[in-house]
Every structure is written in C-alpha cells, then in structure tokens.
Design a protein around this ligand. Structure first.
Ligand code: THU
Length: 136
C-alpha cells in the first residue's frame, strides 16, 4: 500500500460531502469524489445521472473535468466515497479518465469502520493505454 498522506482522511470526508450532491434518481447510488491537485487545490465531483442513461457522468469524471477546466492538470490523489457501500473503487472508464492526467495517482477509499485504503492507479489499471502510447 502506498504511504498514507495525512491529508487523505479529510479528502475522503470531502468526497462524502460531495456524494450528498449526487443526482442519482435512477440508480439511487450516490458517489462523491475529491481530487487533490499538486497545487493543493481540491476539486469535488458527484455522479450526475441522466434520463438517457448513457449520458450519466461519474463522480470522478465530474471532478476531473472541473479541475482541468480550472487549469489544474497535475494530481496527487483522488478520494472516492459511495454512500451505499465500502471499498467502492472507480469504474473502468473513470480509471481511464484518471490515467489521462495522473497515471500514478493515489486512489483513496473508505474500507469501513473508519479505515482508509490507498492504491496507486497502475495497480487498478494494469498495462494501461494512455498518452504515452500515442505519438505527440
Ligand atoms: N458511478 C460513479 O460515479 N463512479 C464510479 O466509479 C462508479 C459508478 C456512478 C454512475 C452511476 O450514476 C451510479 O454510480 C451507478 O453506476
């Protein structure tokens, strides 16, 4: 497990707050994310579902798009909180979206009873395809 940054428990609390703003009338599965930039800024996100289900945006993607659109492109960690379950890791598409800007990001989740688990993205997205694979 990567080293526990003392900021991570608070980052998870911020993700938990963000989950309260989820728009999840279809799945009833509220998710919050808090993305810590290298410059110290924190960008939150929640899932925003849509009546046309495929148009749904995950919490991590909301946070990432907010960050990039605000000029932050380097990240230390993302905390993810699911209201319904512990040990809720980012979905495959979110892993890919995180990989675009932060291939070594720490992913932080609640593991229940106040414990926090941190795993680096390469362990969640092995043999990834990303910017490194395309000619620039
Ligand atoms: N969801 C996220 O927000 N992030 C994930 O990593 C997993 C799934 C959302 C999408 C949808 O609104 C709900 O959870 C159920 O899939």
């Amino acid at each position: 497990m990567p080293e526990m940054n003392p900021k991570y428990p608070d980052l998870l609390k911020t993700a938990k707050e963000a989950a309260k703003r989820a728009h999840a009338p279809y799945s009833k599965f509220a998710v919050g994310a808090a993305l810590l930039g290298e410059d110290g800024r924190v960008f939150t996100g929640c899932n925003v579902e849509n009546a046309s289900f495929g148009a749904t945006i995950c919490a991590e993607q909301t946070a990432m798009v907010k960050a990039v659109s605000e000029g932050c492109r380097k990240f230390v960690a993302v905390a993810v909180h699911c209201a319904e379950t512990d040990d809720c890791w980012p979905c495959g598409i979110c892993r890919q979206v995180l990989n675009e800007f932060a291939p070594n990001i720490d992913v932080v989740v609640d593991s229940g009873k106040g414990s926090v688990t941190v795993i680096r993205l390469p362990e969640l997205l092995t043999r990834s395809f990303g910017p490194k694979d395309l000619p620039t």
